[in-house]
Ligand binder design. Structure first.
Ligand SMILES: *Cc1c(COP(=O)(O)O)cnc(C)c1O
Length: 407
């Protein structure tokens, strides 16, 4: 085979190239929840208790989680999206405001800004971490900017110091999306420990899962307001003021949402939290094996970890150096699928989704780092249920494809 040529038409028509001897026998899912006996016992305990929605287990989980990330206050919710929505609301984001955020994230980040009638202002990311670029944030500040929504992409903390400095100078807020960043730290500070509102996700694929679920951490004052807004805006201490003395009384001072976490979710969360350090140790072993195998391959760019952070390693995002390959990212993924390896892509940048592209008139190349990275990225399986054999199957499959389709 002439390695300087692109795949021939017949090669492409034939579909992915794979020999039965090097294909693993079963499909390796991109993600599998690490759920076992401990979760089942905690959930059974809750079901038997007679209290299945927000109650004692949620309170216990909020306390344990807050303690783990060093938060002064924590609020259990039904999703991270709810946490971002409530966090922005509690910061007072209103119609006409601008919120600066990253294109390299899940659509929830921009959607919640839209729900508040505010404008998501997308700025480019840094080439190494794919996190929000502080210089780009600074350049996008206008008199209408009210907040910066920073995402800890893949679990690598964003460069918080310069971002918080820009916010301080301009008198605006910082809110953090830590859907990937449990547990993570930046210059020794745990993500979730400061006064900023920080939203975590317990979706099925995340580092800790309750099926669906989320947590918002932040200052006691902000969390108290988010707690009311997250349960219809019902103020439950009103009865004290009026001396009714009964727990049936509440008042609605503004319309809120129905975002509370249930005790069934919290029960799962408590069991998961006890195992989190073990999960993370396994994630790091898998990452070390991948990076060791990929870091010296011309066609591959392995993810980085800056020295001042502790990475939560939610995702292992490999970027292809397309100049060293005869196939593009989509074909690379097809080749992995043909070798029974599941993958994903994180993320389709916000500015190329039709709603945002059309409403704000973005050109794909307007955010060049995000767009160029998107075109050559894929996420490999990374979770604590991976066996050594799984990891070695992923590595062999990637290297086999690089060898077959390298230039
Ligand atoms: C998963 C995810 C969310 C949304 O989390 P939910 O709990 O499903 O609402 C938000 N932001 C990022 C970066 C995510 O990966």
């Amino acid at each position: 085979m002439d390695l300087t040529q692109a795949p021939t038409a017949s090669e492409l028509r034939a579909g992915p190239s794979v020999d039965s001897w090097n294909r693993r026998s079963s499909f390796l899912l991109f993600s599998t929840p690490a759920v076992g006996e401990e979760e089942m016992l905690e959930v059974a305990d809750t079901l038997k208790s007679g209290w299945i929605t927000t109650g004692p287990k949620t309170q216990q989980f909020e306390a344990a989680f807050g303690n783990r990330v060093g938060a002064s206050s924590a609020l259990g919710l039904n999703s991270c999206t709810a946490g971002l929505h409530l966090g922005l609301m509690a910061l007072g984001i209103r119609p006409g405001d601008e919120v600066i955020t990253t294109p390299m994230t899940f659509c929830a980040c921009a959607n919640v800004i839209e729900h508040l009638g505010a404008t998501p202002v997308l700025v480019d990311v840094e080439p190494d971490t794919l996190n929000l670029c502080p210089k780009a944030v600074e350049a996008a500040i206008t008199p209408r900017t009210k907040a910066i929504l920073a995402v800890h992409y893949a679990g690598h903390p964003v460069d918080l110091d310069p971002i918080e400095e820009i916010a301080r100078i301009n008198g605006i807020a910082v809110i953090e999306d830590a859907a990937h960043a449990l547990p993570a730290s930046y210059k020794g500070r745990l993500i979730g420990s400061g006064d900023n509102p920080v939203a975590f996700s317990f979706y099925a694929t995340k580092n800790l899962t309750t099926g669906e679920g989320g947590m918002l951490t932040g200052s006691a004052e902000l969390i108290a307001r988010a707690r009311t807004l997250g349960l219809h805006g019902m103020s439950r201490d009103a009865w004290k003021r009026y001396g009714h003395g009964g727990s049936w009384f509440y008042e609605v001072n503004e319309p809120g949402f129905k975002y509370n976490m249930t005790d069934v979710q919290a029960a799962m969360g408590l069991a998961q939290l006890r195992k989190l350090d073990r999960f993370q140790a396994r994630r790091r072993e898998v990452v070390a094996a991948y990076t060791n195998a990929f870091e010296n391959i011309d066609a591959l760019e392995a993810p980085t970890e800056r020295p001042e952070v502790e990475h939560a390693w939610h995702l292992y995002v490999l970027r292809l150096r397309l100049g060293a390959l005869r196939i593009e990212r989509n074909q690379f993924i097809d080749e992995l699928t043909a070798r029974n390896i599941g993958t994903s892509v994180h993320f389709i940048p916000i500015h190329i989704h039709p709603f945002y592209q059309q409403k704000y008139g973005y050109q794909p190349t307007q955010l060049p780092v995000a767009y160029e990275s998107y075109q050559r990225m894929l996420s490999l399986p990374l979770h604590p249920m991976l066996t050594d054999a799984d990891v070695s199957d992923v590595i062999s499959a990637v290297l086999d494809i690089v060898q077959r389709f390298g230039r």
